[in-house]
Design a binder for this molecule. Structure first.
Ligand code: ZN
Ligand code: ZN
Length: 172
């Protein structure tokens, strides 16, 4: 019998545990000076020397909420397309029930639930997406595409326009 793969099926382990040093760009900021902690060779801020503990950021709950507070300017449907492409397990959370969403009705997803073990990978993916977004807007990023609806420029790996959430146009 074929295995049923759902968006929340765990297909692989997380890319990051939070213990990697130098610290990857998880978008963390020093509690003391507010500057980025990315690149720290140990558990102290590169800029002011204040010690940090990544455990302060790790969510307590088994499945944390990924919403606008974490995604910033990236729309949740775009984030969902991004992490689905990266095979990160997740659950959409919206105004409709899962049965309605997967029954083919259009959804209004405004948050995702993601397993805690993927927390630092999610932060890293969001930072990378934001950096790609800036590059795509500033210049013609490799593989960048222009939204047919709003003309915004999107990074090549975005499947949904970050600005208006329209899916990338396929050849018609
Ligand atoms: Zn600092
Ligand atoms: Zn658009």
């Amino acid at each position: 019998m074929a295995a049923i793969i759902r968006p929340w099926t765990r297909l692989r382990g997380p890319r990051f545990t939070g213990r990697e040093r130098p610290l990857p760009d998880f978008g963390l900021s020093c509690r003391a000076c507010g500057r980025p902690l990315a690149g720290a060779p140990g558990d102290a801020c590169l800029h002011c020397g204040t010690a940090f503990d990544v455990e302060e950021w790790r969510p307590e709950r088994e499945w944390f909420v990924l919403d606008a507070a974490l995604a910033g300017p990236l729309p949740i449907p775009g984030v969902q397309a991004l992490i689905a492409g990266e095979l990160v397990p997740h659950f959409p959370v919206g105004e409709l029930s899962l049965a309605e969403i997967y029954g083919g009705r259009s959804s209004t997803i405004n948050a995702l639930r993601v397993p805690r073990e993927f927390y630092f990978e999610i932060r890293w993916l969001l930072q990378r997406a934001l950096a790609d977004l800036r590059a795509a807007r500033a210049a013609r990023g490799r593989g960048a595409w222009r939204c047919a609806a709003c003309a915004e420029r999107n990074p090549g790996h975005f499947e949904v326009c970050w600005n208006c959430e329209r899916p990338r146009a396929t050849e018609e």
